[in-house]
Design a protein around this ligand. Structure first.
Ligand code: ADP
Ligand code: ZN
Length: 258
């Protein structure tokens, strides 16, 4: 009887030791995972139709989380505003809602990415890549020149009807150093002036209804091949539903997946 009690006690002690070892191991591996995430550098891109709110989300990540953002649309509009040679070329496509040719976009993004390649900050590419060729070039560029960065694709999901409404009602501040974005439903902008710098708000040429439908056609045509390019390269597409959500809610959900 005594031997049986001894054996049972020993088994019990053995199990306790085993359990504590396991939990230590689990805790350690959790810690390792957290540290890995903390040290990880990311390059995010948002897969979303025009008007889904990727620009606003990128701006929030920049101001609240110190991310660096390259918005190809803003970069191109700056060239147009400064009437540079490139700007004159870009305007031809943008005013019609067409995509700027891949070669031109890729060389501008490449120059920018190389200029920030040693940064410790997280990066967002807003509006790039937009075609499968741009996606493939970017993936190669990251592999070769920014190997410490991990590429992440986040799809902002929302219906076409909801964003058409938003785009038609979007007003922007034309002041290059401000570029605030508003919606005509906001009573504060009834006077048509920017709340930050008092410039007279404008509607972007490409937010006019006829150009919007062209931009949608271009977007949905490219989305399929973009998704395929990511799948072919083994890149997971993360989903963030942005329907009926305020910019702040979307930002909170984005933070949760970081
Ligand atoms: P939105 O996302 O609201 O369409 P953007 O400001 O991102 O607007 O882009 C405005 C325009 O700039 C596009 O319609 C297109 O003509 C041009 N553009 C921006 N990014 C790219 C890109 N990656 N490839 C080709 N054209 C681009
Ligand atoms: Zn302004």
């Amino acid at each position: 009887m005594q031997t049986i009690t001894k054996i049972v006690t020993n088994i019990f002690i053995f199990c306790l030791i085993l359990l504590s070892g396991c939990s230590n191991f689990i805790n350690n591996s959790k810690e390792v995972k957290n540290n890995m995430l903390k040290n990880k550098k990311f390059i995010f891109t948002f897969l979303s139709a025009p008007g889904a709110g990727k620009g606003t989300l990128a701006q929030q990540a920049a101001s609240k989380l110190n991310f660096i953002v390259l918005s190809t649309g803003d970069l191109f509009r700056q060239h147009i505003a400064n009437n540079t040679t490139i700007g004159q070329e870009l305007k031809k496509y943008m005013d019609k809602g067409e995509l700027v040719p891949d070669d031109l976009v890729i060389s501008m993004v490449k120059e920018w990415l190389l200029s920030v390649k040693d940064t410790d900050r997280q990066i967002i590419l807003d509006g790039f890549p937009r075609t499968d060729v741009q996606a493939q070039k970017l993936i190669t560029l990251i592999k070769n020149n920014l190997p410490e960065h991990n590429f992440r694709v986040v799809k902002l999901e929302i219906s076409k009807g909801e964003i058409t409404n938003r785009l038609v009602n979007r007003r922007v501040c034309p002041n290059k150093s401000c570029q605030a974005v508003y919606n005509t439903s906001m009573p504060e902008i009834a006077a048509g002036k920017c709340l930050k710098c008092s410039s007279v708000l404008i509607q972007r040429n490409d937010d006019k209804p006829e150009v919007i439908s062209q931009r949608f056609d271009v977007y949905y045509k490219n989305e399929d091949e973009l998704i395929k390019a990511y799948q072919d390269s083994g890149i997971n597409i993360e989903i963030l539903s942005v329907s009926q959500k305020t910019p702040d809610q979307i930002f909170e959900e984005f933070k949760a997946i970081l």
